[in-house]
Design a binder for this molecule. Structure first.
Ligand code: CU
Length: 150
């Protein structure tokens, strides 16, 4: 009689244990749904987005204007790298006039200055990415390049 009670007790304990084991996996799926909504609130993401637009204007303002100096029959810098939309201004510091025109390879007929006397300047806005060569029409040996990146 005692053995039967012993086995019954063990068997009943096994069923209880199996019942608990079955309930645990069933209860687990309920936990992820409750934990998933907690990261869903976008409050921590909102302070991040304002930082991005604040960086973009700063990057655009810096290269918006660049200057090329003309002195001693040379362009300085001879090769200038800017971002698209940048306005480049050439300033003639020589006592002789210079005239800036785009090289045929640049395909920029709009880049053409008047004769620039000493102290005169000429500005051109580069809106298209690419490599643009130019030279002085009066002194064709004077050459320069503007590289426009996006
Ligand atoms: Cu010249």
């Amino acid at each position: 009689m005692n053995r039967k009670l012993f086995y019954i007790t063990i068997i009943s304990l096994m069923f209880i244990g199996a019942g608990c084991a079955q309930k645990q996996p069933a209860a687990e799926p309920y936990v992820p749904p409750t934990s998933a909504p907690t990261p869903a609130p976008t409050t921590p993401e909102q302070p991040v987005t304002p930082q991005i637009p604040s960086e973009q204007p700063a990057a655009q303002q810096a290269p918006s204007e660049q200057t090329v100096t003309i002195a001693n029959f040379a362009f300085t810098p001879a090769s200038l790298t800017v971002t698209a939309g940048t306005t480049v201004t050439w300033v003639n510091n020589d006592s002789v006039p210079h005239k800036i025109v785009a090289d045929d390879s640049s395909n920029l007929p709009g880049l053409s200055s008047e004769n620039l006397s000493q102290g005169d300047s000429y500005s051109f806005t580069f809106s298209t990415p690419g490599t643009f060569n130019y030279y002085c029409q009066i002194h064709p040996s004077m050459k320069g390049t503007v590289v426009v990146s996006q």
